[in-house]
Design a protein around this ligand. Structure first.
Ligand SMILES: C[S@@+](CC[C@H](N)C(=O)[O-])C[C@H]1O[C@@H](n2cnc3c(N)ncnc32)[C@H](O)[C@@H]1O
Length: 191
């Protein structure tokens, strides 16, 4: 009996190690693939999500776009807060697209969350009334003319990186100067 219990315990440990290894490999592959894109996959930290979802402030009539939606955590959190709004996530990394589809499946495949596999630079943003993005300074600069052309009466909320030559209507501090990290802000722009 004791031998059986020990055998089962060892089997469980082996299974846990195998799952942990698979998750590690999947994350490494995701990072390698997305590292070659404009912006690497660095998900928004869970502790900032509530502040970010409130700053985006979706109402039932809104169409919320996320540019580079990563693993879908913002889309799903925002949808839980305002389930009547429409959501569009754009993501270029195929592995992340699979991950988001799985998370959407677990959430019951909400009809009002649309996931598009593609490049947000090649996506028409004119329907968006709210946009969330966590990108990089160079990408924000390249994105500004497109936003100025396509966004009308829309709010753009950017995690950490601001648009050059455009004044934010609001900036909220997400984190203070740390030992290894700088101050971090959430910028909201009107278009
Ligand atoms: C810093 S991560 C942020 C992910 C997610 N928005 C979040 O806050 O958790 C940037 C994401 O943008 C995606 N990405 C980068 N360039 C892209 C492009 N041109 N079109 C679509 N997605 C892109 C990356 O694959 C990555 O998932």
């Amino acid at each position: 009996m004791a031998a059986l219990a020990i055998g089962l315990a060892l089997l469980s440990v082996q299974l846990i190690l195998i799952v942990a290894l698979l998750v590690f490999i999947l994350q490494a592959v995701i990072f390698l693939i997305s590292g070659r894109l404009d912006v690497p996959y660095v998900p928004t930290r869970q502790k900032y999500l509530e502040t970010i979802v409130s700053a985006v402030g979706a109402k039932p009539s809104d169409i919320v776009y996320e540019l580079g939606c990563g693993d879908g955590r913002f889309l799903i959190s925002a949808w839980k807060k305002e389930p009547a709004a429409k959501y569009v996530g754009i993501e270029r990394n195929p592995l992340l697209v699979v991950l988001v589809r799985f998370r959407l499946f677990l959430a019951g495949n909400p009809e009002n969350i649309v996931l598009r596999r593609g490049d947000f630079f090649k996506t028409d943003l004119s329907q968006a009334t709210r946009v969330y993005a966590y990108l990089l300074p160079g990408v924000m600069e390249a994105l500004l003319p497109k936003c100025e052309r396509e966004l009308k009466n829309a709010l753009f909320v950017s995690n950490t990186f601001s648009f050059p030559r455009k004044t934010a209507m609001r900036s909220v501090q997400l984190s203070k100067q740390g030992r290894f990290t700088g101050e971090r802000y959430l910028y909201t722009y009107e278009f």
